[in-house]
Write a protein that binds this ligand. Structure first.
Ligand SMILES: *Cc1c(COP(=O)(O)O)cnc(C)c1O
Length: 384
């Protein structure tokens, strides 16, 4: 079989899995034993570094879990919310909806607050519901709703939850490491993220940064053996090992990705690089006639949703194939009512020939429109 050089690989404009550096990939060229002290030192170092990103040293602990991000979200809800708990899930997109579904599947009492997909969740609305229903024990919030790219006001909602004495569980999967979350300023019980998003590791491991006090009272809550974060935490504290087979190569890659994260300048530098990517993308796409689904003020620099062009020659599948031929992988839209597609702004493009990044992606999109006979990216008047 022909070996594909990474310079020929398409750049992933998908917000996880995403394009990773050659250095991160190379970290996977070694096998590790799960009992080996050298491997478990890597686990320990990663846990400490992840905690440092949210400034949670001394108050919180990092509990990693095998699997994709959703596994960690389900584990956090199942472990931190007791059987007789009651979760308020504000919903303005597909990932919020997924948390609501988790609550239904594992049998936690659920109330949803439905918010239109183009609007951030209002802290005032959350406060009204908490005041009206003292049986609500937890709020589960998505920070950046990757379904659209909208940024929800985490800090304001955290203050509301704290003021009312309720727990807050945050799915920060697509924002962690790029947008600030500071445990010293923003009260929460748990922040959940994963290896293969803004930290630019490979997918396969989630982690929960949980307040120690919340973990300590979580024994026996979980509906599942494998998803029990309390058990994983206690075992890891005691033995330094993972409870079940760890995703060794993913852990090694994340350690190397974190080394590059700190070398780059940590969160401010990572966030600034993505913000530049996002500006470059939006400016270029608008010049081709495309329109963003969200106004700039509520758009996170993580993933951008664009309206589909109105031109009858446009069709997403063909568009995807044309852009892929030119070296970039797009993401389909996730809205139910209108046709859109999404472009991620996160990932490492520096190893690719000429380091084309998002400007190269915009050029590929322009050429693809021409190849399809689409005159402009402009959406119908009704959509825009
Ligand atoms: C990526 C992501 C997840 C996890 O999705 P998986 O497919 O399980 O990795 C959860 N929430 C948000 C907001 C995400 O962006």
């Amino acid at each position: 079989m022909k070996q594909v050089d990474i310079l020929e690989e398409p750049i992933l404009l998908t917000p996880g899995p995403l394009s990773t550096s050659r250095r991160t990939k190379q970290a996977m060229l070694r096998d590790w034993g799960s009992w080996d002290a050298d491997f478990n030192r890597i686990t320990g170092r990663i846990r400490a570094e992840l905690l440092r990103i949210i400034r949670g040293e001394g108050t919180h602990d990092c509990v990693p879990l095998q699997g994709s991000g959703t596994f960690a979200v389900e584990a956090a809800i199942g472990t931190l919310v007791p059987h007789d708990g009651h979760v308020l899930v504000p919903v303005n997109g597909a990932y919020c909806e997924r948390i609501a579904k988790i609550c239904r599947v594992i049998g936690r009492k659920l109330t949803t607050l439905q918010v239109p997909e183009h609007q951030p969740i209002g802290a005032g609305e959350v406060e009204r519901l908490l005041a009206a229903d003292p049986s609500i024990t937890h709020v589960a919030l998505v920070h950046c709703e990757t379904g659209t790219g909208i940024l929800n006001p985490l800090h304001e909602i955290a203050e509301v939850a704290a003021r009312h004495g309720r727990g807050l569980i945050v799915d920060a999967m697509s924002s962690f490491g790029a947008l600030e979350i500071d445990a010293r300023k923003t009260p929460f019980d748990a922040v959940i993220a994963a290896s293969g998003k803004c930290l630019e590791g490979v997918p396969g491991m989630g982690f929960v940064l949980a307040r120690r006090a919340a973990l300590e009272k979580a024994q026996g809550n979980c509906h599942s053996l494998a998803m029990d974060l309390y058990d994983q935490w206690v075992y890891m504290q005691k033995t330094t090992q993972w409870r079940f087979t760890p995703p060794t190569h993913v852990v090694a890659a994340l350690a190397e990705a974190l080394a590059q994260y700190w070398e780059e300048g940590g969160l401010p530098a990572r966030g600034a690089r993505y913000a530049r990517n996002c500006r470059e993308l939006v400016t270029g796409m608008e010049a081709l006639g495309f329109r963003c689904f969200l106004p700039a003020a509520i758009q996170a620099p993580i993933i951008v949703t664009f309206h589909a062009p109105a031109d009858p020659a446009y069709e997403f599948k063909r568009f995807y194939a044309e852009v892929k031929k030119r070296g970039y992988i797009l993401y389909p839209g996730k809205l139910t009512q209108i046709e859109t597609f999404r472009v991620g702004c996160i990932g490492w493009y520096g190893d690719h020939a000429g380091a084309p990044g998002l400007a190269g992606a915009v050029a590929a999109v322009g050429q693809s429109l021409t190849a399809m006979g689409v005159r402009s990216g402009s959406p119908s008047r009704a959509a825009a």
